[in-house]
Structure formats: C-alpha cells, structure tokens
Design a protein around this ligand. Structure first.
Ligand SMILES: Nc1ncnc2c1ncn2[C@@H]1O[C@H](COP(=O)(O)OP(=O)(O)OP(=O)(O)O)[C@@H](O)[C@H]1O
Ligand SMILES: [Mg+2]
Length: 278
C-alpha cells in the first residue's frame, strides 16, 4: 500500500508546483493519473519513488511484510533499499540501448546484488531464468538476445515492463508508458500492466482518458499541483473539459504517432535511470 499525505513542493522563488496532494493506493488497484501538461503528474511520481523530496508531507510505503516507512524521511541507505522495491516504467523507455533485452531485464535488479557481481554483470543462471520468465510474460522471449536499440517502441516498452516484473517490486509506477505507441500497441501494454495490480499497487500517468476508463480501476486527476478528482475511471465529457480545458481537443484527437521516413528521429533518453532534479 502507498499512502501519500499532503505533499507540497515549491520553487525557490515561491511558485507552488505541488500543493497538498493526498491519496492512498492499495494492492488490487490500478490508478490512472490524468491532468493537463505541467499539472504536476511527473513531479508527484518522483516524490512517490523518492527521486524528489517534497517540502512538506509524507509518502508512506507498506511492504509485503506489512512494514510501513516514509520514503521522504529515509536516509541514503534506507532510501536505496526502499527504491529497490519500487518498479518504474518511464516515459521514453529509459533502457540501455546497446544491451540486449535480457541484459536490460537483469540490470533491473542491479541494486539488489553485490557491487562486485554487478560490475561484471555476474548474474546467476537462476536469475537469468527468472528474467527469461519475465520476458515470456510480455511475449518477448524470441527477442531476448536482440539489442534493445534495434527494437520497436512497443517492444522496448515490453522490455521495460519485463524489467519491472523481474524486480519483484512492492509498488509499480509508470510515467506515460503509452507515449509514442500506436493505439494497438497501447492496448497491448495496458493489458500487460493491468494484471500486475493483483500483486502490487500500480499507478500510471496517462494522457489517454479512453485507456484509463477501460483498464484502470480508478482515476486521479491533478491540475495546478492539486488533486481535483479521485474516483470512478469513467469520466463524462464535462468532467474531462474541467480537467483539461483547452487541451481537451488534443486529447480527443491525438496526433498520429507514425514517424514518416526521412523525418528527424525522436530524441532518446540518456543511458541512465535517473535525471538530476531541482
Ligand atoms: N526541474 C524543474 N525545475 C523547475 N520547475 C520544474 C522542474 N520540473 C518540472 N517543473 C515544473 O513543475 C510543473 C509540473 O511539472 P511536471 O513535470 O510534473 O508536469 P506533468 O504534469 O508531468 O506534465 P506533462 O504532462 O507535460 O508531462 C511544470 O510547471 C514544470 O514546468
Ligand atoms: Mg510528465
């Protein structure tokens, strides 16, 4: 379970980016976070996995043994341990492009094995077997030895999900896991993420209210750093208009995601798991 209590974050100049966000998500729930661009959705997720400390409030994580800890107040070592139990699927994959699909899944547990072993990618056969099982869950075993940089967007996102599964987390966070995917791949990814909520709370940020209505158990809408809706995943046109304002037309008619040949390639994320922040 994750309990977010009244988290706030301001810029040094005083501008409030998050303004008293609170919600609780339990195992069995797949929560979709919606909201206009710049609303504070990514910042909220970053507070949830300890990448950013809010100025106020707490984020209480309860592990499989029932132990509850506040990630906002965890010291360096405890924070590292807590973050090992949080699976994250980032906007834009965040995979290591020169490694194979299988290696990318395996490095998902790097924080959990000794430094010496990790330096040499010294994974045991058992670990490789479990990693292959994770790839099987996302129907990617046939591409386990393919270099990730050569995979399609949908395939890369499936590797990212396999990596999160292999990590065996207590909580799964996903920031725009459907970005850059066509509607049929988006459905495949939602169908893979949805059942994971049976094992852990799953929270994802989405820009597709039709997808969250269909696959999520609950929707939270964030606007101007505040929770403005928390409830049934099926929202009326009027509710969506309140959430998105002017942006609603773009949401209803998403731009085609097909990149024409000759068009400049989309920018790739750096080969690291974390970004520097504030
Ligand atoms: N490193 C930063 N320093 C200062 N302000 C930031 C930083 N990162 C984000 N912000 C600001 O915080 C606000 C919320 O950003 P956030 O990334 O959470 O938006 P979002 O809801 O995820 O939007 P999008 O849907 O476009 O991804 C925005 O106004 C953004 O400009
Ligand atoms: Mg964002």
């Amino acid at each position: 379970m994750i309990e977010v209590r009244n988290i706030s974050k301001s810029l040094p100049g005083g501008r409030k980016l998050l303004d008293g966000i609170s919600f609780t998500v339990r195992k069995g729930e797949f929560v979709g976070i919606l909201g206009p661009s710049g609303a504070g959705k990514t910042l909220t997720l970053r507070c949830l996995n300890g990448l950013m400390k809010p100025d106020e409030g707490s984020v209480l994580l309860t592990d499989a043994e029932g132990k509850t800890q506040d990630i906002c107040r965890a010291g360096k070592t405890k924070l590292r341990m807590m973050r090992q139990k949080i699976g994250v699927i980032f906007q834009g994959y965040h995979l290591i492009r020169r490694l194979t699909a299988l290696d990318n899944v395996l490095v998902g547990r790097l924080g959990q094995i000794s430094t010496i072993r990790s330096l040499f990618y010294g994974f045991t056969e058992k670990e490789a077997e479990i990693a292959m099982q994770a790839l099987e869950k996302v129907k990617m075993t046939h591409l386990s030895t393919a270099q990730v940089g050569r995979l399609s967007g949908g395939e890369m996102q499936r590797v990212a999900i396999a990596r999160a599964i292999f990590q065996a987390p207590d909580l799964l966070l996903a920031d725009e896991p459907l970005s850059n995917l066509d509607p049929s791949n988006a459905k495949v990814i939602m169908k893979l993420i949805q059942p994971l909520a049976q094992q852990m709370p799953v929270i994802g940020v989405f820009h597709q209210p039709d997808m969250t209505a269909r696959y999520c158990t609950r929707v939270i809408a964030i606007k101007d750093g505040r929770v403005m809706y928390d409830g049934d995943p099926v929202l009326s046109h009027g509710q969506l208009a309140d959430i998105y304002g002017e942006e609603l037309r773009q949401i209803e008619q998403p731009a085609p995601s097909i990149i024409l040949s000759g068009a400049p390639a989309a920018p790739q994320p750096p080969e690291s798991y974390e970004r520097n922040f504030i």
